[in-house]
Design a protein around this ligand. Structure first.
Ligand code: ZN
Length: 177
């Protein structure tokens, strides 16, 4: 496995839609492993192909159980061609960061519950239902596949602030992805 370089805001690749993946092979498995390792090392809770300069529809997510609730287990995903197929109308605003925008965080509205259709590395297609924090991270990563950055989603632009500023609310919510 190897760490990959993370592409930073300003790089045009972050603004381009990524291509559908049609083949799950050794190359893709290796890419997924390297992306996972890169995400954990950063550290971050999610990473999308374009963030490592790979313009393909793949995301990795690893949300520690502590972020979800006391006694909860870690949740990890490697998703190929993920697509949001349903969501609640309920929206929650929380602070997000991004490994491609290390200096800033901001408050982003996201759906609290989503259904995703995606292929995993076993080649099977799954319907995944996620809530709250994990749903937020998944929405953030899928946005990257469409050239959308979290700062585009910030409604109140005055909430975009330096990442190192002390926060009054939940410090976990600024975890980068
Ligand atoms: Zn991001």
């Amino acid at each position: 496995m190897a760490l990959m370089d993370i592409v930073l805001e300003g790089d045009p690749r972050l603004r381009q839609p990524a291509a559908e993946i049609t083949r799950i092979d050794k190359r893709l498995v290796k890419l997924a492993e390297d992306m996972f390792e890169t995400m954990l090392a950063a550290p971050g809770v999610g990473l999308a192909g374009p963030q490592v300069g790979v313009m393909e529809r793949i995301i990795v997510v690893h949300v520690p159980g502590d972020y979800i609730g006391e006694g909860e287990e870690d949740i990890s995903y490697t998703l190929i061609n993920p697509e949001i197929i349903a969501h609640t109308d309920e929206i929650e605003v929380a602070t997000e960061g991004c490994l491609s925008i290390p200096e800033f965080i901001g408050d982003v509205p996201r759906w609290t519950e989503i259904q995703i259709k995606a292929t995993e590395l076993d080649g099977q297609t799954y319907i995944i239902e996620e809530y709250d924090w994990v749903a937020r991270v998944l929405q953030h990563e899928i946005d990257h596949l469409n050239g959308i950055m979290f700062t585009d989603r910030v409604v109140d632009k005055s909430t975009i602030r330096p990442a190192n500023e002390p926060q009054e609310s939940n410090p976990e919510t600024s975890e980068a992805s």
